[in-house]
Design a protein around this ligand. Structure first.
Ligand code: ASP
Ligand code: MG
Length: 422
């Protein structure tokens, strides 16, 4: 069987849904599972709505009406002679409105309420695509991924229980896949108690990998608005090159360091079962895109990842201690406690430097803790450039007009922390 994943950009409007349906129609409907994200910017809008709801702000109603109106517009454009086929979407509207009309449950952690509301984006988009496919004569079956993906109760970052999940997935889908296309949601799961969870922002790619792993898929295809995996983000780089073939290892490294084309957790499960991952353009579905798999050859050209808005924090022990095991374990413990991911680290005998995404709220809580033991220096507004399979020429090229603050090289990867000189 095969797994397709369509991201939010592919279903952002009625035309997008028609295009996605067209791509699905080209396939053998049997043995095809389609994972879909929320439409366009819906997840961001639902996040906004959630914060407003939790604070009981007056704009809850208007924020929700905007989201509802966007979905209704898509339905209006898509619906043919039998609009009742879209009824399940309206039922979801009723569910959300019922939640919003009540005050937030004081006993529920905010992150749990977040998951409960934000997951509606995927429920809505999959209901719409499912209805449209059925209306246009292609029988498809809508499955609630929350019933299949079992996670712990780490809301907003649910950890998957692989054994349970694979059991539910194979039990539920094995036969269904013999009869019709199955449509399901990315990003969502649920706990043993039946509370909705989400897998972390951009988690739909990961969902596709979970289904593929459990069903021993022959392939996964992620349909994107780019022609495949590029060697740099076209937003920051003029001359990008599409990579035809990529090893799992290179793909993991690129994703981990921040290439946004694939969610970093996606690759490992596929690698473990040697399931190839295709990254293709939904705008040019006839083109082959990139395939990630078990190849001999590593990346043929240097690849660049730029992370903007980085903060460099350097810690110097206040006492006479060196930066050694005890200090390090304390430092790491504190970063983990405040949920701050370290993008790069470097130490000398008496200082320890880290580069992190600028997250003012979390840092404001962490820094006072660290200040008990360390003198801290702090540098904001930096860029972190990672080059995989670098050479000196490419390093020189990216350093033009930049001040280099930290450089770290390993055999295949160099990381440069720089300040843009303008
Ligand atoms: N809709 C979710 C998000 O925007 C998940 C995804 O698109 O992958 O984060
Ligand atoms: Mg998205």
């Amino acid at each position: 069987m095969h797994v397709f994943k369509f991201g939010g950009a592919s279903v952002k409007d009625a035309q997008g849904v028609r295009n996605v349906a067209g791509i699905i129609r080209q396939q053998d409907p049997k043995q095809l599972l389609v994972v879909i994200s929320a439409m366009g910017e819906t997840t961001n809008a639902l996040e906004q709505l959630t914060w407003a709801y939790l604070r009981q702000q007056p704009d809850v109603h208007s924020l929700w009406q905007d989201i509802r109106a966007k979905h209704e517009q898509v339905i209006n454009e898509l619906s043919g002679s039998n609009p009742a086929i879209f009824e399940p979407v309206f039922e979801l509207f009723v569910d959300i409105e019922a939640t919003l009309s009540q005050e937030p449950d004081a006993y529920s952690p905010p992150d749990r309420i977040y998951d409960q509301l934000v997951s509606f984006g995927e429920l809505l988009s999959t209901r719409i695509v499912n209805a449209y496919l059925n209306q246009s004569g292609l029988d498809s079956y809508w499955v609630d991924a929350r019933r299949l993906i079992r996670t712990d109760d780490s809301y907003r970052e649910g950890k998957v229980d692989w054994d349970q999940t694979c059991e539910y997935i194979t039990d539920t889908l094995a036969e269904l896949l013999d009869t019709s296309v199955v449509i399901t949601q990315g990003f969502v799961g649920s706990t043993d108690e039946g509370n909705t969870t989400t897998l972390g922002r951009d988690g739909s790619d990961y969902t596709a990998a979970i289904f593929a792993y459990c069903l021993d898929a022959e392939s996964v295809t992620i349909w994107k608005d780019v022609p495949g995996v590029l060697n740099a983000d076209p937003r920051w780089f003029d001359e990008t090159v599409k990579i035809d073939q990529l090893t799992y290892q290179d793909a993991i490294e690129l994703a981990y360091y921040g290439a946004t084309v694939i969610h970093p957790k996606t690759i490992k499960p596929l690698q473990n079962k040697e399931i190839p991952l295709y990254v293709r353009s939904f705008l040019k579905p006839e083109e082959p895109g990139t395939v990630i798999g078990n190849f001999e050859k590593r990346l043929p050209i240097p690849s660049f990842i730029f992370k903007m808005n980085q903060t460099l924090i350097s810690l110097h022990p206040k006492d006479f201690s060196f930066i050694a095991e005890e200090n390090l374990s304390k430092i790491f413990g504190q970063f983990a406690e405040y949920g701050i991911k370290i993008n790069l680290m470097q130490n000398t005998a008496i200082s320890f430097s880290v580069v992190v995404d600028n997250q003012p709220e979390r840092l404001a809580r962490l820094l006072p803790q660290l200040q008990e033991d360390f003198r801290i220096s702090y540098n904001e507004g930096l860029e972190l450039i990672t080059i995989r399979h670098y050479d000196e020429k490419t390093i020189d090229r990216v350093l033009v007009n930049k001040k280099l603050l930290v450089e770290q090289k390993s055999r295949y990867t160099v990381q440069l922390v720089v300040k843009d000189l303008g």
